[in-house]
Ligand binder design. Structure first.
Ligand SMILES: NC(=O)c1ccc[n+]([C@@H]2O[C@H](COP(=O)([O-])OP(=O)(O)OC[C@H]3O[C@@H](n4cnc5c(N)ncnc54)[C@H](OP(=O)(O)O)[C@@H]3O)[C@@H](O)[C@H]2O)c1
Length: 245
């Protein structure tokens, strides 16, 4: 039985143009969601994704919205609700990786990391929570580096991802009365543009002797977006081939 548009649930994926975010957009569309995705510097890839989903009979829109800009983030949520008539799921995936030892990391890299990976995540969660239906789902994408940093040069990135795990717990308590669940996925090394220069080294340090695929992370997001995860909230779920063990 096919559902009418107003009956089909709607999701927004912040940072959905590439990598893990794009895999989540595709998976949620396959799961039957209408999906809005935000992008910043990859308009062509965002548009291509919208076309791919359309060709498979799904409905999606791409919205340019810098995760560092509170107004743009808020406007993206508003446009999603205006377009689809509802908001049921928000996935906050946009993130940056800046590596450098503590005595060399630049103020620019520190500020960008905090701006996108911490402040930007909070802004997106806040904007989504304000317009989301009761019983909705919020999913953040943290990192296993919140638990095990593992290599020098990652203090700034690890700090931002630990902040996301802590944020998920606090927001989960705030939104529990509305039955909105808030959970944080902590991927380990996953094959995307972000890790392309490190993949060979990363393979050797993961117990399962491989890196993850974006669709594997998307599978966990699909579970967290779905009805079976309704009793889970405030959790950080690590998916990393055993690296933190
Ligand atoms: N890959 C891994 O091994 C790994 C491991 C653990 C955690 N993670 C986390 O998983 C998430 C996705 O990582 P990825 O590997 O898929 O990264 P990626 O391939 O570099 O893609 C990053 C995504 O974030 C978006 N983005 C970045 N800055 C943005 C901004 N200011 N405003 C809006 N969108 C922005 C990008 O959009 P545009 O290109 O359009 O700007 C892109 O869609 C990140 O939070 C990352 O920290 C990744």
């Amino acid at each position: 039985m096919s559902l009418g548009e107003s009956e089909r649930k709607a999701a927004i994926v912040f940072g959905g143009s590439r990598g893990i975010g794009a895999a989540i957009v595709k998976r949620l569309a396959q799961d039957g969601f209408q999906v809005a995705l935000t992008y910043l510097s990859s308009p062509d890839r965002a548009q291509q994704l919208v076309e791919e989903i359309g060709a498979l009979g799904g409905k999606s829109i791409a919205i340019r919205a810098d995760s560092a800009d509170a107004k743009e983030v808020d406007a993206a949520v508003t446009r999603t609700v205006e377009t689809f008539g509802r908001l049921d799921v928000a996935v906050v995936n946009a993130g940056v990786l800046r590596i450098g030892p503590v005595d060399a990391v630049s103020i620019e890299d520190l500020d960008l990391s905090l701006s996108i990976n911490v402040r930007g995540v909070f802004l997106a969660v806040q904007a989504a929570a304000r317009q989301m239906a009761d019983g909705g789902r919020i999913i953040t994408i943290g990192s296993n580096t919140a638990i095990r940093t593992g290599s020098p040069g990652s203090s700034v990135y690890a700090m931002t991802k630990a902040a996301v795990a802590a944020m998920a717990k606090g927001v989960a308590l705030d939104l529990a009365p509305r039955r909105i669940t808030v959970n944080n996925i902590q991927p380990g090394p996953t094959e995307t543009d972000m890790t392309s220069s490190m993949i060979d080294r990363l393979k050797d340090i993961v117990p399962l002797r491989r890196v993850g695929r974006p669709d594997e992370i998307a599978g966990l997001a699909s579970y967290l977006a779905g009805p079976q995860s309704g009793y889970m909230t405030g959790s950080s779920l690590t998916i990393d081939g055993g690296y933190v063990l």
